[in-house]
Design a protein around this ligand. Structure first.
Ligand SMILES: Nc1nc2c(ncn2[C@@H]2O[C@H](COP(=O)(O)OP(=O)(O)OP(=O)(O)O)[C@@H](O)[C@H]2O)c(=O)[nH]1
Ligand SMILES: [Mg+2]
Length: 294
């Protein structure tokens, strides 16, 4: 380990769909956090660990900040905001394809007390609809002096400069995790997340947000594969029907796509046994929310 090893917890915050999870996956080199075009894909603080010769960063992927008074959204927002004060550095990801509106201003007002440890990543510069100049102008006015970097998380462009700036700003400190570790997530949590990603990618309207994955059990088979049993819990009977699909086609697709990703993530086959259940009130059940959102 070099003499002046640096380490930092880095909170990654921004609006839903800004590209926070995509960025962390690219930096860490693994699919740690699930990604989908549906806003509010991330529901938990996901840690992604990046270790280099001279530093270790623990990135804290957060649920996108979204103004809504619903219990689940308030819990997601509280969790994301808590990471601002808990972390050494903050990386604020801004979507340059969306005109900055009141939601962006609301995030900036929460970021202001942490301005001195913050960096801005203006994301999606590769997209046709990206307005980097307009986004820069807005951010320069609202957060003068805060360093901005133009990146494309998707195309892996501009990320090295962000890492360099974070390294310069990071305090000296020890590695918190062994160097070959890139995630501290329990396998059953990662499995549930990848199943949830496939729900987000294959269903639309309100359905993705109506679903959570309830873990039941898992066991290893003699051939080295893992069997995971769980339920996809929805809020309504009609949603249950959509999730099952004609002759079970939807649930089969979700299962097969998830099994394919899981084998890549774990290096051994994961067989999923999934049922669909209805619990009309899961989003209002405080104890359940505490269990699944942490
Ligand atoms: N064109 C383009 N699309 C991107 C880029 N980064 C992310 N996306 C897309 O934007 C969508 C949202 O990405 P996520 O990484 O899930 O965004 P997030 O900020 O984690 O979203 P939440 O978890 O909902 O808060 C996905 O469809 C990504 O493929 C980028 O650099 N360029
Ligand atoms: Mg996310």
């Amino acid at each position: 380990m070099p003499e002046k090893f640096k380490s930092a917890f880095v909170a990654v915050i921004g609006r839903p769909s800004a590209g926070k999870s995509t960025l962390i996956n690219q930096i860490c080199g693994y699919k740690l956090a699930i990604v989908s075009p549906v806003p509010q894909t991330t529901r938990n603080i996901i840690r992604g660990i990046k270790t280099a010769a001279a530093y270790q960063f623990v990135f804290l992927d957060t649920p996108g900040l979204h103004d809504s008074e619903k219990a689940i959204n308030l819990k997601l927002r509280d969790a994301a905001l808590q990471t601002l004060s808990d972390s050494d550095l903050v990386l604020y990801v801004v979507d340059s394809t969306r005109a900055p509106g009141p939601e962006e201003e609301s995030i900036i007002s929460k970021l202001l007390p942490f301005k001195n440890k913050s960096f801005i990543a203006i994301n999606k510069s590769d997209a046709k609809s990206s307005d980097v100049a307009g986004t820069k102008e807005f951010l320069t006015e609202k957060l003068p002096g805060t360093k901005q970097f133009v990146i494309s998380a998707l195309k892996c462009e501009g990320i090295d400069s962000v890492l360099q700036a974070l390294e310069e700003a990071a305090p000296e400190g020890p590695a918190y995790y062994p160097e070959d570790i890139y995630s501290d997530q329990e396998p059953v949590f990662r499995i549930a997340e990848i199943i949830r990603e496939k729900v987000f990618l294959n269903t639309k309207d309100e359905l993705p947000h109506a679903v959570y994955v309830e873990y039941t059990s898992h066991h290893k088979l003699d051939d080295g594969s893992l069997v995971y049993e769980g339920n996809l819990v929805t809020e309504r009977e009609s949603q249950k029907g959509i999730l099952i699909g004609a002759k079970g086609s939807m649930i089969r697709r979700i299962r097969e796509e998830a099994e394919q990703d899981l084998e890549e993530v774990f290096g051994y086959p994961v067989r999923l046994s999934l049922k669909v259940k209805v619990n009309a009130n899961w989003k209002k059940d405080k104890q359940l929310l505490k269990r699944i959102l942490g």
